[in-house]
Write a protein that binds this ligand. Structure first.
Ligand code: 4AD
Ligand code: MG
Length: 433
């Protein structure tokens, strides 16, 4: 009876009651005539106790059969126990072995990260990974709630596409029947713009792909991005939305994921600061900060990871850097009417060295200028005709941004690499499991 199933995270509703739990053996130990089984059920871990003489001998003997990660069910009475990890303990009355596990490769001792990554399908059971995936889940739900609660329509963008969005150097391609090459999407944005003209405010949320040659702790080849796009928004409106969005995500996780952040030993002091308004500085001001800190940086270049870290160190919360040189940014960005060298772009840099988590801009809404950009970037105009139509039929100022889920999870959880933020990471040197 599925509706009566009990899970460890809900044990406080069953104090004093006899219940049944299903799960796997996390660990076990014995002390004299007492046996302790640590049962893991995916929602938590609970200590189950039995004493020789107080329980049938055949049940007591099951302790010896159970190896790490063996599957089993227990019946017993729920007790409150402040000293136990989850605050409860089970007095066993029965144990049913479901399947005895072979010798489990991941033991409580330290393993190298490559060893663990090769066993990602098992590593996910560890308490640290469990905590990270629960935070990821909460972040994704917070993202959806944020947009759903503000009148945005979800518009799913296609994954197989005929053209590049974010430059042609990071495209994955595949043969597509008689139609030539198809590319895995780098961003749903262009479709999002069509959606914004149809629905006013939209977001797309899905996997995106970059054939990134960079072997850094911030880059995956497959990552999840949420991209809102809004008609009648300028760059300032875009930044207003981005800061409200980040505040919502971080404050929600702080409120709902205290146990997980504790498992991760995350110092949350900096996260508590993520409240509006976020500081806004121009690219010019960012360059000034770098020069004041004595860093070599030539105006006109893109900010590298060390530059981003140096800039964000000046602030106690994420910082928005706007108006980058147009030549380091994408073709679709609108130029600053006050200085045509600059794009109306914004990057949000997370504190504590996590770097860019959001990239966005106001879009070029003038047909002729957009055509010029497509030519400058050597993009095939034919593939963009549908996109140009959005400027032919009722073009309006509009803007949007993209937030990378994995970088956000890494930052909020305080991880030093994005590989632990997604269930099965894809990187240049990893396609398995
Ligand atoms: O700055 P990016 O490339 O922006 C876009 O794709 C725009 N089309 C978004 C938009 O305006 N709708 O990427 C946005 C975010 C980055 O800030 C970063 O968080 C994440 O996506 N990202 C990556 N995350 C992991 N691995 C990678 N290789 C990433 N590339 C970008
Ligand atoms: Mg970017």
């Amino acid at each position: 009876m599925a509706q009566n199933r009990v899970y460890i995270e809900n044990l406080s509703q069953y104090i004093g009651q006899e219940i049944t739990l299903n799960g796997w053996l996390y660990n076990k130990r014995s002390s004299g005539k007492i046996r302790f089984l640590l049962l893991r059920d995916g929602t938590g871990i609970v200590q189950c106790v039995m004493a020789k003489g107080h329980i049938p001998d055949d049940v007591f003997a099951k302790f010896d059969q159970l190896t790490q990660e063996s599957a089993f069910s227990i019946s017993g009475k729920v007790k409150k126990d402040e000293r136990s990890p989850g605050g409860h303990e089970i007095d066993l009355t029965d144990v049913q072995v479901i399947s005895v596990a072979h010798e489990y490769p991941i033991t409580p001792k330290e393993h190298g990260v490559e060893f663990l990554a090769d066993r990602r399908h098992l590593w996910l059971r560890s308490s640290r990974q469990h905590a990270i995936m629960r935070v990821r889940h909460r972040i994704i739900k917070a993202i959806r709630d944020f947009f759903d609660g503000r009148g945005f329509t979800l518009i799913d963008a296609p994954i197989l596409t005929p053209n590049a969005v974010e430059g042609t150097t990071t495209l994955f391609d595949t043969e597509y029947f008689d139609l030539g090459k198809a590319f895995l999407t780098q961003s749903g944005q262009l479709y999002g713009e069509a959606g914004a003209m149809a629905f006013g405010k939209i977001y797309c949320f899905g996997p995106t792909f970059r054939a990134e040659k960079s072997k850094t702790r911030r880059h995956l080849t497959e990552f999840w991005m949420v991209e809102p796009e809004m008609a009648f928004y300028d760059l300032n409106d875009d930044m207003d939305l981005a800061e409200e969005f980040l505040e919502h995500i971080v404050q929600t996780v702080l409120k709902d994921c205290e146990p997980e952040l504790k498992v991760l030993e995350r110092n949350t002091a900096m996260l508590q600061n993520v409240k509006r308004p976020l500081p806004r500085i121009s690219y010019d001001e960012a360059v000034e900060i770098l020069h004041k800190k004595g860093l070599q940086f030539e105006w006109g270049g893109d900010l590298g990871a060390p530059d981003e870290t140096a800039i964000s160190e000046q602030f106690d919360r994420p910082v928005m850097v706007h108006r980058y040189p147009a030549k380091v940014k994408a073709f679709y960005m609108k130029r600053d009417p006050k200085n045509a060298e600059l794009a109306l772009a914004v990057d949000v840099l997370a504190p504590e060295g996590y770097g860019e988590i959001i990239g966005g801009s106001q879009r070029e809404d003038d047909l002729d200028k957009l055509l010029e950009r497509i030519k400058e970037h050597n993009l095939p105009q034919a593939a963009f005709e549908w996109y140009l139509d959005l400027r032919r039929y009722g073009s309006v100022p509009h803007a949007g941004f993209g937030l990378g889920v994995e970088r956000t999870v890494a930052w909020i959880c305080g991880l030093d690499h994005v590989r632990e933020t997604i269930p099965f990471p894809r990187m240049i040197y990893r396609l398995t499991p």
